[in-house]
Design a protein around this ligand. Structure first.
Ligand code: ATP
Length: 362
């Protein structure tokens, strides 16, 4: 089985812990994206899987075999890097054939493999050209084709689309996903682009400071973030994380103090277990809506900046304790700068976090 298993892998550079006790299992046919801010340890994790970086502790297993101590070329992996180097003096077909030269295939089989990879990545028309004679997106596809031309145990991608422009990236995301779905190999993709991760991955592992904070399906990490870090990291515009004082929970409703104001909000029943204390309420910008009049479940905010985004408008508003709030409204709902808004939150999309930032859920 083409699986990848990481068992408590750790990497220390001097006294700096870049990756700490990371456990991860990637099933055959599964795509896992490592996502996180710059410096969180994504690339180091990938490099340890590839054998480009020695482990300080832990074990990497590929297809059920330990890889510890094995050099990259003995791991039967295919990697696609951000800076995919194609041989400039070789045609696209020759570039594709390159990883196969050790296999000494008969000419007919070599041609069959090249044609198949070229067909999958729509490169049929450029096989005789040199890399200098094809577009950037085509070069990227050659890099992917070169990876899938062999049948390795797993695929590792390091920021594969970061050099492409926005439009090309969008189409390549779909194309690579389609290619990966057709293969039955474990794939790990490193990216700092959440859209890339959410669209390409079966599961997303969100990293911070060398550890995985949460791993789950794209929907899970968006809808059920385990802490304020994941909540703030996933989703655009960013979730509003509002400091509030929990004054009590009764009948599924919490009374939350926001400076001088207080609101009553339907919350997860588990919130009843929280001591009266500081909490954070998490509300997505699309889960806030202005209503006509103040009510027990609304709070006041003042619109400060209006950003049209096509079908929607992003309103930056100042909340009751001076915090910045982001509210996304349909374009038809007009708001003017300086307007006072009574905002109501959708209770089904309200998250509550304890003092340490951990999600409170039943
Ligand atoms: P980015 O998205 O910017 O590439 P990343 O999440 O991939 O970030 P890594 O490249 O894995 O992060 O680096 C994790 C941490 O380890 C960073 O703080 C980095 O400076 C540090 N680091 C990486 N390689 C080395 C090295 N060879 N020597 C010392 N520190 C290193």
């Amino acid at each position: 089985m083409s699986t990848i298993e990481l068992k408590r892998i750790t990497k220390r550079f001097g006294s700096f812990m870049a990756v700490r006790d990371v456990d991860l299992s990637v099933a055959a046919g599964e795509v896992v994206c490592l996502l996180g801010p710059s410096g969180c340890g994504k690339t180091t994790t990938l490099r340890m899987i590839a054998g480009l970086e020695a482990l300080t502790a832990g074990e990497v297993m590929i297809a059920g075999r330990t890889m510890n101590g094995l050099p990259p070329d003995k791991r039967d992996i295919a990697m696609v890097f951000q800076f995919y180097a194609l041989y400039p003096a070789l045609t696209v077909a020759q570039n594709l054939a390159f990883p196969l030269h050790v296999e000494r295939l008969p000419a007919a089989e070599l041609k069959r493999r090249i044609d198949r990879a070229a067909a999958i990545l729509h490169l049929d028309g450029v096989l005789d050209r040199l890399p200098g004679q094809i577009a950037e997106g085509e070069k990227q596809r050659v890099a992917v084709a070169r990876a899938i031309i062999r049948t390795p145990n797993c695929f590792l991608f390091d920021e594969p689309l970061s050099r492409l422009d926005v439009e090309l990236r969008q189409s390549m995301r779909g194309q690579i996903k389609e290619v990966l779905q057709g293969l039955t190999k474990a794939t790990v993709i490193v990216t700092h682009d959440q859209l890339e991760a959410l669209t390409m991955a079966d599961r997303v592992a969100i990293m911070r400071d060398g550890v995985i904070e949460q791993i789950g399906s794209p929907h899970e990490v968006f809808a059920r973030p385990v802490n304020t870090f994941v909540a703030g990291f996933i989703g655009t515009p960013q979730m509003n994380l509002i400091a509030a004082e929990l004054r009590g929970v009764e009948g599924g409703r919490a009374t939350l103090g926001l400076g001088p104001d207080s609101i009553r909000l339907e919350v997860d029943p588990a919130a009843a277990r929280l001591p009266a204390a500081r909490t954070t309420i998490g509300i997505r910008p699309r889960a806030l809506a202005p209503v006509d009049a103040a009510a027990a479940d609304t709070f006041l905010a003042k619109a400060e900046l209006i950003e049209p985004m096509g079908a929607e408008t992003l309103v930056h508003a100042r909340g009751p304790t001076g915090q910045d709030l982001r509210v996304v409204l349909p374009r038809q709902r007009r708001v003017t700068v300086g307007e006072t808004l009574h905002l109501r939150c959708d209770p089904r999309q309200t998250h509550i976090f304890d003092e340490a930032g951990k999600a409170v859920r039943s």
